[in-house]
Design a protein around this ligand. Structure first.
Ligand code: ZN
Length: 198
């Protein structure tokens, strides 16, 4: 299963990123020595270390601490803001994730769900995979009756280059377990998520 990937990844090599950025600056015909650009390689190295920190975190660790709870109704955390970098262009896509699950004997702190979204967003990503990974990790870590995820995001690689359609929002969804089997449960989730639209 995709969620069981090993996490033996080396730490970020900041010097190597900085060297590469210096080369990019030269390659576009700019002067890496001019004052405004002199610290840019180091800044970008720090930025990438932060934006890709999720590569060195195991999402399942976040879900280890759960609380026994007989509640069997839907739990939804909506409007979770996230920022990610698309793996095709390394430019941001960002928006909101809405995550719902139906517990089966245990619940997890809401902040852990938000952290899960963050850890998975801070990797080179595509929105479709981000969406299904959120669902799959929750299924694996929490073992609920089901999970539903909707992600809405604007992609700067689409807004600022290429076909230039600023404001377009890509919507992706993933449903697992009881959400997949029951149209009523799915509709309840979507109605509660839409209730947030303002
Ligand atoms: Zn892109």
């Amino acid at each position: 299963m995709e969620t069981s990937e090993p996490l033996a990844r080396p730490t970020v090599d900041l010097h190597r990123i900085a060297d590469a950025v210096r080369q990019i600056i030269e390659a576009i015909g700019e002067d890496p020595g001019r004052p405004g650009l002199a610290d840019t390689p180091r800044r970008i190295a720090d930025l990438y270390a932060e934006m890709f920190a999720g590569l060195r975190e195991d999402p399942l660790v976040l879900l280890q601490r759960t609380f026994p709870e007989p509640h069997q109704e839907m739990v939804i955390l909506r409007q979770i803001p996230f920022y990610s970098l698309c793996e095709h262009h390394f430019v941001p896509f960002f928006g909101q994730a809405h995550v719902g699950y139906v517990p089966k004997g245990q619940i997890v702190g809401a902040s852990k769900i938000a952290r899960l979204v963050d850890v998975l967003a801070r990797r080179p990503q595509v929105q479709e995979r981000l969406t299904s990974q959120i669902a799959d990790y929750l299924m694996e870590g929490l073992r609920p009756q089901g999970v539903a995820v909707v992600v809405e995001a604007e992609h700067l690689c689409m807004s600022m280059r290429g076909i230039k359609k600023p404001g377009s929002v890509l919507v992706t969804s993933a449903v697992r377990g009881v959400f997949r089997g029951s149209g009523v449960t799915r509709s309840e989730f979507l109605a509660l998520v839409r209730g947030s639209a303002s």
